[in-house]
Design a protein. Structure first.
Length: 441
């Protein structure tokens, strides 16, 4: 396939040359990754937080019921993808480039990222002797601060997803403009988006059912539409920097978003403000948000051992918290600055074609209810070739006092719950055991 695309590009260049117009050398590459596993998931029953009346019974079931299932699922050790990458050498150190990258579930072939054809990345760029400029849907700059540190691939059991990435807009931005620079061991990026992906109502709605009127997760497929948000809601800034010297890599990231007081509701509720009838639906209004993180990785190459760690802290400006949100017996979120901190530690040991890994994380609210989540991952894998690997993973998440891994997915602030949609109940535990294979091309 790649050779066919290259041949077409060469034929186009020869045609142009014959007509008196010379085109610069160009190429298009097709690449991707497929990750699929068989896993056994067990989720404990959790506390019931909502009043047990009317339709809220279903909400309690969604938040708190236990579950146990065996499934064939995608993206456990890495993210599946299919992409097209193109470059054109313009001469003088200048290159034009683009990336179009989507994601399909290996379990049923459906498009993920809310059905977007190119939901992972879709941008055009210009590389110059002074750095690279890109425009379009891209990874947020702070994403790279964790990505260059983890020894995993940001799959469903990678605890480094919690390394300061406390909401979905710390992973990808719509409408992004970025500038990247690499000098020796330094790599950095600056980014801006007029709306990285925030609708006028935030809740757990997603896909075709999401809109400004019905609500949407942060980063949903409708949230960053260019026809919306003249108010400046979703405006984001960010930066990332890393430095690698010998066997040590250090990184830092920062991001800020103005949510302009957007209403945040529970589950798929559409109430936009608190009143006696809609109290179980409306949670709070969300204003300014900022986050920073630091990370480090050190490789003992002679031993085949790599140690990693990351720490991050996010601050949310909360106003108009409803009685349910601020009730200590419920979510424990009150007006003011809501701070979330995360600490992640990991190790990877490789010997020949075999690798063993372990990760530990703790993410917690630093005020109000002080709810927290602890995550554990153990794994092993065997490389059959440079492109094909079989693996096993065991992972567990524990919730104490209603932590971020319960609150954020239930309100649509986090797009993907931990452990690939297994979910976590209030004051409960979720455990996963899996055997899988991944292949890159």
């Amino acid at each position: 396939m790649q050779k066919r695309v290259l041949s077409s590009a060469i034929a186009l260049a020869l045609t142009a040359l014959a007509s008196g117009t010379a085109l610069a050398q160009s190429s298009v590459t097709i690449y991707g990754n497929i990750d699929v596993s068989v896993d056994r998931v067990k989720r404990d029953a959790g506390d019931r937080l909502l009043p047990n009346v009317g339709p809220l019974v279903a909400g309690n079931d969604q938040l708190s019921n236990k579950a146990s299932t065996t499934r064939v699922g995608p993206d456990l050790s890495s993210q599946s993808s299919l992409g097209f990458r193109g470059t054109e050498d313009l001469g003088g150190g200048y290159k034009g480039n683009f990336v179009l990258e989507g994601q399909a579930g290996a379990d049923n072939g459906a498009l993920l990222r809310d059905g977007r054809l190119f939901g992972r990345q879709a941008y055009a760029g210009l590389t110059t002797p002074y750095g690279e400029f890109r425009a379009g849907r891209q990874y947020a700059p702070i994403f790279f601060s964790s990505a260059v540190i983890t020894t995993e691939r940001f799959g469903g059991t990678d605890q480094f997803l919690e390394g300061g990435l406390s909401n979905s807009l710390n992973i990808r931005w719509d409408n992004a403009l970025t500038y990247s620079l690499q000098l020796g061991g330094f790599r950095g990026q600056l980014g801006y988006s007029p709306n990285a992906g925030a609708s006028d109502l935030v809740n757990a709605n997603r896909g075709s059912g999401a809109s400004d009127s019905s609500g949407s997760i942060l980063g949903g497929n409708n949230s960053g539409a260019s026809t919306e948000k003249t108010s400046g809601r979703g405006r984001s800034w960010g930066a990332f920097g890393m430095y690698a010297i010998d066997d040590l890599t250090v990184s830092a990231g920062y991001s800020t978003t103005d949510f302009k007081g957007v209403p945040v509701n529970l589950l798929t509720g559409t109430a936009s403000a608190y009143n006696a009838v809609t109290a179980p639906l409306f949670m709070f209004n969300l204003g300014d948000y900022s986050v920073w993180n630091l990370g480090a990785k050190y490789a003992f190459k002679d031993l085949g051992l790599t140690l990693t760690g990351a720490f991050g802290r996010a601050t949310y400006d909360i106003t108009n918290a409803s009685p349910l949100a601020s009730n200590p017996a419920g979510f424990g979120i009150t007006n003011g600055d809501l701070e979330v901190s995360s600490l992640v530690l990991g190790a990877r040991y490789e010997i020949g074609a075999v690798a063993f890994l372990g990760q530990w994380s703790e993410t917690k609210f630093r005020n109000e209810g002080r709810g927290k989540n602890r995550g554990y991952t153990l794994g092993a894998e065997y490389s059959l070739s440079k492109r094909t690997t079989v693996y096993t993973r065991w992972s567990q998440l524990d919730d104490k006092g209603i932590g971020p891994a319960v609150v954020f997915p239930a309100t649509g602030i986090r797009e993907v719950p931990p452990m690939t949609n297994a979910g976590l109940t209030p004051n409960g535990k979720t455990t996963l055991l899996a055997l899988g294979v991944r292949h890159s091309f």
